[in-house]
Design a protein around this ligand. Structure first.
Ligand code: HEC
Length: 94
């Protein structure tokens, strides 16, 4: 009973995190990475990141890569987490 309640609660929180991550994405990333994470082919399609590639994600975002500027100092840990949750929720390979 308690476990079921906790699971429901945590799902609702996941939904909020994903929505918050989407807002950050729309503000900072979608111009290059595409609406709803769908890349037009000019940039890396973020849906390709696998579950175990969070270190790669954080490293590329913080330090920049190729044509992408570094975002160091732009996001705190919580915001990085929200971005990651949003990307994971839409990943090709969940
Ligand atoms: C000015 C355009 C631009 C913006 C804005 C931008 N990116 Fe990128 N991003 C790129 C390009 C171009 C690449 C491909 C870099 C390469 O591999 O040469 C890339 C690659 C990446 C990669 C993959 C790098 C890898 O490991 O191969 C990640 C992760 C990423 N971007 C995340 C983000 C996130 C999160 C945001 C929003 C905070 C963002 N980007 C905003 C242009 C942008």
């Amino acid at each position: 009973m308690l476990a079921a309640m906790m699971a429901t609660l945590s799902l609702a929180q996941d939904g909020k995190k994903i929505a918050a991550g989407e807002r950050i994405y729309n503000n900072y990333c979608s111009t290059c990475h595409g609406d709803d994470l769908v890349s037009t082919g000019q940039t890396f399609d973020l849906r390709r990141l696998r579950a175990d590639e969070r270190p790669r994600f954080e490293n590329s975002v913080i330090n920049g890569k190729g044509q992408m500027p570094p975002w160091k100092g732009t996001f705190n840990n919580e915001e990085m987490d929200l971005l990651w949750q949003y990307i994971r929720a839409n990943a090709n390979n969940k």
